[in-house]
Design a binder for this molecule. Sequence first.
Ligand code: 13P
Length: 242
Amino acid sequence: MNKKYYVIANFKMNLTYNQTKEYLNNFSTIYKLENQNLYLGFALSPDITSLGQIYKNSNLKIGTQNISEFEKGSYTGECSILNCIDNNINFAIIGHYERKHYFQETLLKINKKISLCQKYNILPIVCVGESLEEFMSGRTIEALESQLLTIKRNLVEKNIILSYEPIYAIGNGKTPEYKHILKVVNFIKTFFNNSIPVLYGGSVNALNINELSKIKSLDGFLVGNASLEYKSFNNLINLIKK
Ligand code: 13P
């Protein structure tokens, strides 16, 4: 692993504050950082980002699964970026499919969130991906291009990571063929003149991570279900071959 490589656990809304605290505590006792180039992150539910304070000076990067597009003010129930800064949050997942689907997150909101992250030096990890229908009708690149164009148009800094997450691969144990992932990852990279890391997310697990990590242009993974048990997740990290 010579280049910087990212592995991000996305716990979604599966673990409570106490469970997350226990997980991170257990994980940090067995985890051995074998490569300085590995950026290992845990995306926590926004209401428990205060755990970030415990890991301020650790090998583990703590992130949030969402932030508000507003900086401050009367926005009842929103996730404040200023609060994330107080809690030493390193990164934010932005525009995950589940946010778009269940919470009507639009590209306009996503762009505002990216700008806010860049203003406050929180690394935005932005999710893009096509639907099953778009994939089946051969419109993957077209679908991706329109999402990327909007992101690129508003981008002021290169401090951003993209994660390719095909909607039909999330949470069901099935990944697209590796050559499809390779094609899309290369497309995204070229779109940004090879200046931005690109991750893959969608049913990454202990059975496929070894093969997936052979995709040279890929810079890492976003892992959902397979990150929820600390020992299995630690094993999964060790299966990455670079
Ligand atoms: P799964 O790994 O459970 O498919 O989730 C992927 C994902 O949504 C990561 O953000």
